[in-house]
Structure formats: C-alpha cells, structure tokens
Design a protein around this ligand. Structure first.
Ligand code: FAD
Ligand code: NAD
Length: 475
C-alpha cells in the first residue's frame, strides 16, 4: 500500500529542506527524502551546504583567520604573546560540532513543522509517484500531488586526477585534513580553490594554485579581481594563471602534478592536491525512464523560470537546475516552488543574486560587472571608495580593498555593486536590497549610514558615482 502526501521533496539540502518547510507552512502534508551519509555513517539533512560546503568551510575560514591575525596583526594593537600554535584536531572538532548542531536543527525544524524526514534514496516514477528506499529496509511507494526535485550537485572529477580521498581530494576531503600539509596544490582558482587554499595557507601550508584561464576570477569585476589577486599574492598564495593540469600522480607521500602553461610542459610536487574545477548537477538514480522530466546536455534538469519541469506537477530547484550553484539561490527557489504549489503568486529575481567569496579580504558582488554593462551598450557611470579612507576599516586594521558602484547614466539606476574588503559579504546585502527596490545611487546617497561603519564605504561609493564623495578626493 502506498502513502499519500501533498508534496514529496527529494533532496534535503538548502533548496529541498527549505522548500519542504515552506510547503508545511502552507498546511500541506510533506515528506522530504535525503540520502546523505556522513563519514561516521550517520544520516543528516542539510545536504552539501551544511555537511560539506558552506558551513564547515566558513568555520575553518574563521578559525584560520583568527590564527593568522594573532600571528601577524596582534602586535600592531600592542597585544604581545609568546607564540601561538594551532591545534588542528580542536579546530576540526569545533567544525564537526557546529555542523552537527545545524543539521540537527534541520531535523528539529522538520519535527516542529510536521515534515516527515525520510533517510534514504528517492526516485521519481511516472505519475508523481516516488519510490523511497530507506537506508536499510524495503522500498515503498509514496504518492504525491506535487514533487520537488532538489538533488543538488557533486564535485567534477577529472580523469587525469582521480580522487583517492587521501592525497588527491575534493572539497569535502580538503575540509577534513587532520594536519596542515607542507605543500598544498590546488587545481582551480575558483571559489572553492580560493577559500580552502586560504584556510590551509593561513595555517602554514605553501599553497600553489593552478588556474587554466588566463584571467583571474573571470566572473568578477576587473577592478575587484585585480585588487583581490594583489592581496592573495601578498599573503604568499602562488596563483599560476593559464596553467592547465594534464596529470596528477601519487608517488608515496607526495603528488606529482604536470601542467601546461605558456612556457610549455611544467611540473611540481605537493603533499596534497585539492581538485576544485567546478561541480556538476547530481541526478544519479533520481529519474525513472518514464518520469517525464527532461535533462539538458550538461545534466541539469530543465526548468522554466518558475522551476517547473517538463512533467506536470514536478518542480526542480537548487544546484540541479540552471543558474548559480549557491545555497541562497536554491533556498529561494524552494520557497518559490512551495508558494506556487500553494496557489500563491511567487517569483525569483535572478538579476539580484549576491555572490560572496569568504577569503580575506572578502569579495562580494551583485548585478552586472563594468564589462557586462559596457557590452550592453547602456551609458553608465562608476564611483568607488577605498577602505583605506574608512575610519572603521582602519580601526579593524583591514584597509585593503574598495566598494565600486556602477549606475546608469540616464536614470541613475544601480546596475552593479562590487566589493573587495572587510565584511564584504555582509555589506553586499544593502546593495541587494537597493537593487531589489530598483534604487538609484541618489537613494543610497540620501540614506543615512551610521558612523563609523564599514557601510559608509557603500554610501561614499554612491556619492562618488556623481563625484560627490566627501571623505575621498573625487577623480
Ligand atoms: P545539496 O546541498 O547538494 O543537497 C542535495 C541533497 O540531496 C544531498 O543531501 C543529497 O545527498 C540528496 N540527494 C541527491 N539525490 C538524492 C536522491 N535520489 N534521493 C535522496 N536524496 C538525494 N554556497 C553558498 O551560497 N555559500 C557558500 O559559502 C558556499 N560554500 C560552499 C563551500 C563548499 C566547499 C562547497 C562544496 C559548496 C559551497 N556552496 C556555497 C555551494 C552550496 O553548498 C550549494 O549551492 C548548495 O548546497 C546547493 O543546495 P541544494 O539543496 O541544491 O543541493
Ligand atoms: P568554480 O567554477 O568556482 O571554479 C573552478 C575553476 O577551475 C575555474 O576558474 C576553472 O577555470 C578552473 N579549472 C577548470 N578546469 C581546470 C584545469 N584542468 N586546470 C586548472 N584549472 C581548471 O568551481 P569550484 O570552485 O569548484 O566551486 C563549485 C561551485 O561551488 C561554484 O559554482 C560555487 O558557486 C559554489 N561555491 C560557492 C561558494 C560561496 O558562495 N562562497 C563557496 C564554495 C563553492
């Protein structure tokens, strides 16, 4: 006998579990199936984000940043100490504890919201039936009025550098090192490469990053990317651009990495190698042949702008569909799908999804880069303000970077905001809100910002767009 639900969600990451909770807030009977198994054999909701992505990486970034500042910055404040050491085991157990609290929190939210959390594999059959196979036990058929697919993504594995979980690892492996490698190789100067490269570099590893593209952070605004590149190099991270890995071979306790650059064939030797060359949509075993859900050539589930798939009543959200692979993008899609199922009007504004890289300095942006605005043909103006002129940034001893705003010449609409500097990931929210409300730079100029605050840099950058900056000479 099958059980009936209003909504069955397959995948309990930030896209799926948030969609499940929102559907339950609408009074619907909801089940959320997730197959995640942690290294200790336990099941946990929260997906990549909570178990092996956003959260553990930010925990390690915080710990390593404090260690780095204690070593390199405290003396300037007059704080003397007789030597700081890092206990990697304690750092890792703090990380594990935070992950456990948050994944346990999802289970608690399910209980409170009467979402039935089911640990195991979900497969969409035809007619909105879902085959649920528990971790141990027999498969059962669930019948749903609506299904939300939220199966996420997995790291891309290169045939020339197979993961062995020990010397050649993906991002999950790199979050779990039990000691600081002396020499760390990173393939890909993308978001993961920079964040995890920073963690281990701050803890003492000599980090070499190989990036196939000639341009650093090609998706970011050039001014921001150039400043970030300068800062990372100052920190001793060796980023080699135009360097394409051709082979990685483990020999004893080291890895020999071959790569090609302008100068021809090169090689280097490291103790561990992180391969972070992107992620691919994960849909293994998700869809029966007659499920009626189309998948595109790159493996993404095809959806329209409301996240509806080609099968009636079946939605798909998060990393398994087009768009940036970001937790907050997936969560908002989950909310939209649940609201649409409940008969409400709902939409996503894909133009104002913030991106944040949690390095030091942090990098954050929303909207178009200057190059994109230029290519669009719309006349524009820009303004920027350096953190070196911010009193708060000076007090924090974090003066690298700036805020840059791009606005339309005709109606002053804000088209893009790009920040590299302290707390950029927090500061960007003001820009997101402004752009969500179609604000002009004049709206930001006339908004009172607390003094002294980092947010004043956003205010001043808005003023600088019209050459009215007050605390920095206008150019
Ligand atoms: P996932 O989180 O991948 O969850 C999908 C879930 O579905 C998994 O638990 C999986 O086991 C389960 N599943 C899959 N198929 C089935 C099936 N057939 N049956 C049952 N269960 C199934 N994003 C940010 O926004 N900010 C960050 O700071 C950030 N940091 C990151 C750091 C790292 C190291 C990594 C790897 C990623 C990071 N991301 C970050 C990206 C973020 O983790 C993803 O965008 C996000 O997790 C996607 O959410 P999702 O729900 O679509 O998929
Ligand atoms: P990415 O797409 O950000 O970067 C991958 C990089 O690897 C690219 O610059 C690419 O040019 C390079 N590359 C590809 N093949 C290569 C090769 N053979 N040799 C050298 N370089 C090569 O991917 P990622 O860093 O793996 O991250 C995956 C996803 O996870 C991202 O899309 C991101 O959205 C998400 N993520 C987000 C955050 C965050 O929001 N802070 C943090 C981590 C991950």
């Amino acid at each position: 006998m099958s059980r009936n639900f209003d909504v069955v969600v397959i995948g309990g990451g930030p896209a799926g579990y948030i969609g499940a909770i929102r559907a339950s807030q609408h009074g619907m009977k909801v089940a959320c199936i997730d197959q995640w198994v942690n290294r200790d054999g336990s099941n946990a909701f929260g997906g990549t984000c909570l178990n092996a992505g956003c959260i553990p990486s930010k925990v390690l970034l915080e710990s390593s940043e404090l260690f780095h500042r204690a070593q390199h910055e405290f003396a300037r404040h007059g704080i003397r100490h007789s030597g700081v050491t890092m206990d990697v085991a304690t750092m890792q157990s703090r990380k594990a504890s935070i992950v456990k609290q948050l994944t346990g929190g999802v289970a608690g939210l399910f209980k409170a919201g009467k979402v039935e959390g089911l640990a195991g594999h979900g497969k969409l059959l035809s007619g909105k039936k879902v085959e649920f196979t528990p971790i141990s036990g027999k498969p059962e058929i669930l019948e749903a009025r609506y299904v939300i697919l939220a199966s996420g993504s997995s790291p891309i594995e290169l045939p020339v550098a197979r993961f062995d979980g020990e010397r050649v690892v993906d991002s999950w492996g790199a979050l779990d090192f039990s000691e600081v490698p002396q020499r760390l190789g990173v393939i890909g100067a993308g978001v993961i490469g920079l964040e995890l490269g920073s963690v281990w570099s701050r803890l003492g590893a000599k980090v070499i990053v190989l990036e196939a593209m000639d341009e650093f952070l090609f998706m970011a605004d050039r001014d921001v990317a150039n400043e970030a590149s300068k800062q990372f190099r100052k920190q001793g991270i060796d980023i080699k651009l135009g360097a394409k890995m051709t082979a990685a071979k483990v020999a004893g306790k080291s890895v020999k990495v071959d790569y090609l650059d302008k100068g021809g064939a090169q090689s280097l030797e490291v103790d561990r190698l992180i391969v972070a060359v992107g992620r691919r949509p994960y849909t293994d075993g998700l869809l029966a042949d007659d499920a009626g859900v189309k998948v595109d050539a790159r493996g993404f589930i095809e959806v329209d702008k409301e996240c509806r798939t080609s099968a009636k009543g079946v939605f798909a959200v998060g990393d398994c569909v087009r768009g940036p692979m970001l937790a907050h993008k997936g969560s908002e899609e989950g909310v939209m799908a649940a609201d649409l199922i409940a008969g409400e009007i709902a939409e996503m504004n894909y133009n104002v999804i913030p991106a944040v890289i949690y390095t030091s300095p942090e990098i954050a942006w929303v909207g178009k880069t200057e190059a994109e605005v230029k290519a669009s043909g719309r006349a524009y103006k820009t303004g920027s303000f350096p953190f070196s002129a911010s009193g708060r940034a000076k007090a924090m001893e974090q003066t690298a970077g700036m805020v840059k705003i791009i606005a339309a010449k005709d109606d002053d609409e804000i088209l893009g905001v790009h920040i590299v500097g302290p707390m950029a990931g927090e500061l960007i929210s003001e820009a997101v809100l402004a752009m969500e409300f179609s604000a002009s730079t004049e709206d930001l100029q006339r908004t009172i910002h607390a003094h002294p605050s980092l947010a004043e840099a956003v205010h001043e950058a808005a003023l600088a767009v019209d050459r009215k900056a007050l605390n920095f000479p206008n150019r």
